[in-house]
Design a protein. Structure first.
Length: 277
């Protein structure tokens, strides 16, 4: 009898845990706290303020907005780039805002919200080639950092990647005409074009991106209520102009990144793009 009672108790405990984990939104509201994962030190997304040492940045502001909407306290959880997916899968955080791009591999491990912006794998070329279509660069040599989504985008486009350990070396390959272009994220691409211009070299951004990367929040799989709430919050923030304000504060036209926000919050399911592996 004692053994039966023990098994019954264990089964009940397992069921209770499963039920607690089955609805993450209810769990967050019950504990009145949101554990939001952000980068430990990747400005302008999340990094320690030089004076206060508190985490600040675009992703931090998004975490704050979600916690405010839910009416709960915010607990920021700094993490490395490499740890993002594992932290979500293990349940160490409720959600991550960490410049998270949707890829096929990630979609098998976690769920990603509707994107609040679309990152682009941007091709930097000599100014004379800026208006060439992406098809022009098929079979041509293009540099990138090794093992990056930039390298993946070059392969998908049918070009030949020439990879380096760092962006600086990939940039030098373009400067020395060893490649016809360099693929990197848009923020870095803009900086490289400006840097080249200061030294009298005319580079430009190609008119077509090599790949699109929807950026959204990451959550555990199998949490439809929580996903819906996050998507609903992002849509409300979009309508109120809050995401535009956060963008302009951290990476907008009057910042060193000089980025113009072209894409609004939209349904991930309706977005037409070729996901990276």
């Amino acid at each position: 009898m004692a053994i039966k009672q023990l098994f019954a108790t264990l089964a009940l405990s397992a069921l209770t845990c499963a039920m607690a984990q089955a609805d993450q939104l209810s769990d967050v509201l019950s504990k009145k706290s949101l554990d939001c994962g952000v980068y430990a030190d990747v400005p302008p997304f999340s990094a320690p303020d030089p004076v206060s040492r508190e985490l600040v940045g675009m992703d931090v502001d998004l975490c704050k907005a979600l916690a405010k909407t839910l009416g709960v306290e915010l607990q920021l959880k700094p993490m490395s780039v490499e740890a993002r997916i594992a932290e979500v899968k293990m349940g160490r955080v409720d959600v991550i805002f960490a410049n998270l791009a949707y890829t096929k591999t990630r979609a098998d491990q976690i769920q990603v919200s509707d994107p609040y912006y679309i990152a682009k794998e941007t091709l930097v070329v000599r100014a004379v080639n800026a208006d060439q279509p992406k098809s022009y660069f098929k079979d041509k040599r293009i540099s990138s950092t090794k093992g990056s989504t930039s390298e993946q985008s070059i392969r998908i486009a049918g070009a030949n990647p020439v990879t380096f350990q760092d962006t600086g070396s990939a940039y030098m390959a373009l400067q020395q005409n060893k490649v016809v272009g360099l693929v990197t994220n848009t923020m870095t691409a803009i900086k490289l074009v400006n840097q080249a211009g200061e030294s009298g070299v005319q580079l430009a951004l190609a008119k077509e991106p090599m790949a699109l990367e929807p950026i959204g929040a990451g959550m555990r799989l199998g949490e439809p209520a929580f996903l819906h709430k996050v998507n609903e919050t992002l849509a409300s923030m979009e309508a109120a102009g809050e995401i535009d304000a956060i963008w302009d504060r951290w990476i907008g036209p009057n910042t060193p990144y000089t980025m113009v926000r072209e894409d609004k919050v939209q349904s991930l399911a309706d977005l037409k793009f070729d996901p990276l592996p």
